[in-house]
Design a protein around this ligand. Structure first.
Ligand code: C2E
Ligand code: MG
Ligand code: MG
Ligand code: MG
Length: 290
């Protein structure tokens, strides 16, 4: 129990952050302020085409530059955003930051940006319209944007989710199934999902160079993805041995610390400029056995 000026409060542990309910309430209040101001940031993490070493894209990952607690990660802020009903405005902000960043390298470098959606977005029948308006504001074509969602996001309202995804795709925005292999992942479900890309979860790619069973799963998922006309992205690729094996198994794209860690936008612009002169490819490709 915690003694405050108002009296004795029962300490209610928060299963996500381990902090109390009152801390969480304060976090929710602060998050509202953060969304109005400019405390939200994105980090960008590059994706590499495993066939030729070119930069295939970059994922925007939200960070909260909190005035006293420092740089907070999604695990610290997404649960509070969900509780406070702020996931939609959070996505709007991240989308805005991601497109503003992309406009700085597009069209010189046609590197698309990926943004993560939450369940609150996928039930928003107006999402495709909002996204089209945001792209237009930044002078970007629809193919400059990929929207990622985890399968379970669609579970609440699969019919509506599918309609929202279909509208996005019809407008030319790419769609991606994130953390594939960890959710329901029913094959019947995949059959009807309007998607362009599967992102294989880190738990399925991590041991691929050492565990033949993991390799078998990756290999069959590559075959499945390609048969369905989807591109396969491996996430959480931490070592060059892993990325070499994934390339051999037919994965299209790798994302992970082996390529680069998520970084601030300014750093990403430098990184992209360096990769323009071949530096990034030269550092990585010999290890891939190409
Ligand atoms: P995700 O979409 O699967 O993003 C990849 C996460 O894996 C990121 O963590 C990234 O930093 C981390 N990662 C990348 N490469 C490696 C690696 O080689 N090894 C390891 N161990 N980890 C790696 P982060 O930034 O903490 O994001 C966590 C999750 O939060 C994301 O998972 C995504 O589901 C969610 N998220 C991030 N930004 C947003 C956002 O703007 N909106 C929404 N709705 N969700 C977001
Ligand atoms: Mg993602
Ligand atoms: Mg993922
Ligand atoms: Mg993941």
């Amino acid at each position: 129990a915690k003694r405050t000026r108002e009296g004795v409060h029962l300490y209610v542990p928060d299963p996500v952050t381990g902090t109390g309910a009152s801390d969480r309430l304060r976090t929710m209040e602060e998050l509202r302020t953060a969304l109005d101001g400019n405390e939200l940031r994105i980090f960008l993490q590059p994706q590499m085409d495993l066939r030729d070493g070119r930069i295939a894209g970059a994922e925007a990952l939200v960070r909260w530059d909190h005035p006293t607690r420092g740089l907070l990660s999604p695990a610290d802020l997404l649960p509070a955003a969900e509780q406070a009903g702020l996931l939609r405005p959070l996505t709007d902000r991240v989308l805005e930051l991601a497109l503003a960043a992309t406009a700085r390298w597009w069209p010189e470098r046609e590197v698309p940006v990926s943004v993560n959606l939450s369940a609150a977005n996928v039930t928003d029948l107006d999402l495709a319209g909002k996204v089209a308006a945001a792209l237009h504001r930044h002078g970007l074509p629809a193919r400059a944007l990929t929207l990622e969602l985890v399968e379970d996001t669609l579970m609440a309202d699969p019919e509506r989710g599918r309609a929202v995804l279909a509208a996005l795709r019809a407008s030319g925005v790419r769609t991606s199934i994130d953390d594939y292999g960890t959710g329901y992942s029913s094959l019947a479900y995949l059959r009807h999902l309007p998607a362009d890309e599967l992102k294989l979860d880190r738990s399925l790619t991590a041991d691929v160079d050492r565990d033949p069973r993991a390799a078998a799963i990756v290999q069959s998922t590559v075959a499945l993805a390609h048969a369905l006309g989807l591109s396969l992205v491996a996430e959480g690729v931490e070592t060059l041995a892993t990325s070499a094996t994934l390339a051999r198994l037919g994965c299209d794209v790798a994302q992970g610390y082996a390529v680069a860690r998520p970084m601030p936008v300014e750093d990403f612009l430098d990184w992209l400029a360096a990769s323009d002169s071949g530096l990034v490819e030269e550092a990585l490709m010999p290890q891939l056995g190409r």
